[in-house]
Design a protein around this ligand. Sequence first.
Ligand code: GUN
Ligand code: ZN
Length: 433
Amino acid sequence: MNTNVNRALVLKGQVLTFNDNPHNYEYWETGCVVIEGGFIIAVGDARSVEVPYNAHVIDHGEDLILPGFVDGHVHYPQMNIIASFGTKLIDWLNTFTFPEEAKFSDKSYALRIAKFFLSESLKNGYTTSSVFCTTHPQSVDAFFSEADKLGLRMIAGKVLMDRNAPENLLDTAQSSYDQSKELIDKWHNKNRALYAITPRFAPTSTPAQLEVAGTLYKEVDGVYVQSHVAENVDEISWVGELFQQSTSYLDVYNKFGLLGPRTLYGHGIYFSDVDIEMLKDTDASIIHCPTSNLFLGSGLFKYQKFKEAGVRVALGTDVGGGPSLSPFATMKAAYEVAQFHNYSLTPFEAFYLLTIGGAEALHLGDKIGRIAPGYEADLTVINLNSTQIIRNRMTKSNELDEVLFLQIILADDRAIRTTYANGKQVYKNAEEA
Ligand code: GUN
Ligand code: ZN
């Protein structure tokens, strides 16, 4: 393991990285990435890249080196309610989610689950995530302190909920302002941490609390907002009853000044063309969580419409509504959902969304998501021959898009050989040890 940041680290292998769109990419079959002080300083063909004297060289052979993956929407406190049977969104929240989230008043429980979540994310190649904590400030402290130990670039925040949830999870408009402010002062821009103001979704916040969220978004430079929108038909009717003056669910957030750059909205399944335009006009982002949408029977996201409108889109696992932290499961579900709308999401689009596309949706496209000089050194390495069925299928596939597609459909965490963050190895597949 290379833990000495002063000594250059050189990774050799196949290298793939996207530029400004899914079909504009750089690929080197015998590639080389040079890392120093946590940043990428050079990339290219191994024959032409200059390797610094005394560098630590790791040859990944025929493995594929990619930028670390971006999970645009996930709930770390829901790790232990993954795979809960038989409900849709509102019942699922009341039956499984809220009782589990109540446990995060205990800081030591929060620390344990944060650690577990982060190690599972890295095992799946994710190096940056936008993360919902719980209403307890200590759940945020636990998360950021564990992420900081690993040197990860993470977005996270305290959930705001002042109605329509169990008493032991509720805050108030005032306490949510005070606690969020304190957490922002403590964590926002501390090393690689970024703070997200996190109203859970419109039904669990009073207008006064959404007002507070909008105020914080305006007050704090570079802060994020994350929430849920238009995920489930019953949820949408409920929002219609609670906010009768709004023209749509998304318009509720708009009315409280919660749409703009760095505002990240999960789902958006039931959007009108007007809603999609509103996202585009305000430069807000949508996070597509296909495994969750299938698992909770929420609906089928229309990726193509957002793409055509030029909206920023990332993929999210939405664990525990989503049943998997696998990037392959997520890309596969995105492909399958798009098929319902007669759109075949290409493997280049899928990997783009997981890397620089996702980074752009998180307004981090100048820092992460690409393998290029000046970028932060977050990388994941894929064994393209991780199972027998993949090996069989690989013998018939030579084209890069075919190779990527069969990984999307057939691979799982056995394919993740190793993950690097901030220029250091933070996960290594035990079978390779
Ligand atoms: N809407 C409000 N809270 C949640 C949550 O925890 N998960 C999902 N998928 N949707 C939500
Ligand atoms: Zn969610």
